[in-house]
Design a protein around this ligand. Structure first.
Ligand SMILES: [Cu+2]
Length: 138
């Protein structure tokens, strides 16, 4: 029998280009092949800052304090400052589902790996008004 099988293009090989090197040597030249005019240059491996509360506010920022809008695929550390016991910070997307607890206040750190696609962060009890999203490029 002849069946046509879908051939999956292995995009994961690209996503697996995690920056595993230590940040010791300072003379590594970053090669940006696309979007040379992007304003923020957040690299894989960097730390992102999530914040929720004390009001009805939720955000995810780069180390520069800019809102996260697009990111290159790779591993990141997301440090969440949950400032309210009526809110939480819940980040979801391909391969990622991490959250702080609603009844808890404090800082929490998550190691995540982003793949190409859309990611969303919400406060679960107020997801309709407290939400944000960003795109990860492969
Ligand atoms: Cu909330």
């Amino acid at each position: 029998m002849r069946g046509t099988r879908t051939v999956f293009v292995v995009g994961l090989a690209v996503a697996a280009l995690a920056v595993a090197g230590c940040g010791g040597s300072g003379d590594e030249s970053a090669s940006t092949d696309t979007g040379a005019t992007t304003e923020t240059s957040t690299e894989a491996g960097s730390t992102l800052t999530g914040s929720v509360g004390p009001g009805f506010e939720i955000s995810l920022s780069t180390a520069d304090g800019q809102p996260v809008e697009t990111l290159p695929a790779g591993s990141y550390t997301v440090e969440v400052d949950d400032k309210s016991d009526i809110h939480n910070f819940h980040l979801t997307g391909s391969g990622v589902d991490v959250a702080t607890e609603v009844g808890t206040v404090g800082a929490e750190s998550f190691d995540v790996t982003f793949e190409a696609g859309s990611y969303e962060f919400v406060c679960d009890p107020h997801a309709s008004s407290m939400n944000g999203s960003f795109e990860v490029t492969g």
